[in-house]
Ligand binder design. Structure first.
Ligand code: COA
Length: 147
């Protein structure tokens, strides 16, 4: 397994980024200022984008694993690698996600705890309703973990 920074043509992985954040204009808000990583294990397995939010907070803005390789530990390994790589440079790793049974339990499983909620974030910032597992996402739920 190998994790590499992606410094050029970050949109080569747009198909994966859109799995985690389905509106491209929202991805454009953080893609350039963010640092992107790709995890390879034979082929490409996962991508993520992290940003410096100030105050010692590193935010995971996007994390996606190729559908046929989900549930094999790649997402967890990417988060563990980030925590190790950024240990000392940041104190907190943060992630914001919808109230979805597909993502919240994953982050909690990886040691994140809910810290705060931004009401109606998805309703106010996306140009169409976002559904996950048959449920409309409304609030952004932030979770954090010490690194
Ligand atoms: C969410 C996502 C990134 C998880 O990546 P992954 O590589 O499939 O996750 P992992 O296999 O590393 O899972 C890590 C652990 O979380 C658990 N987990 C993952 N999804 C879960 C879920 N929906 N409910 C409960 N547990 C879950 C796994 O069982 C695993 O447990 P283990 O460590 O005991 O083996 C992946 O499903 C994905 O790409 N989804 C689409 C994009 C997306 O929604 N991204 C998140 C945006 S906020």
């Amino acid at each position: 397994m190998q994790i590499k920074a992606v410094t050029e043509n970050k949109k080569q992985h747009l198909d994966l980024l859109l799995l985690a954040d389905e509106q491209e204009s929202m991805i454009d808000r953080y893609l350039e200022r963010g640092t992107m990583y790709a995890l390879y294990d034979g082929g490409l397995r996962s991508v993520c984008v992290v940003t410096d939010e100030g105050g010692g907070v590193l935010e995971v803005k996007n994390l996606a694993t190729t559908p046929q390789f989900q549930g094999r530990g790649y997402g967890r390994q990417m988060l563990a690698w980030l925590a190790d790589f950024y240990h000392g440079a940041y104190q907190i790793m943060q992630v914001g996600t919808g109230d979805s049974p597909l993502t919240l339990p994953f982050y909690q499983h990886c040691g994140f705890q809910i810290t705060h909620i931004v009401k109606d974030f998805f309703v106010n910032n996306y140009d169409h309703p976002i559904y996950e597992a048959g449920k409309q996402l409304r609030d952004m739920i932030y979770l954090q973990k010490e690194i």
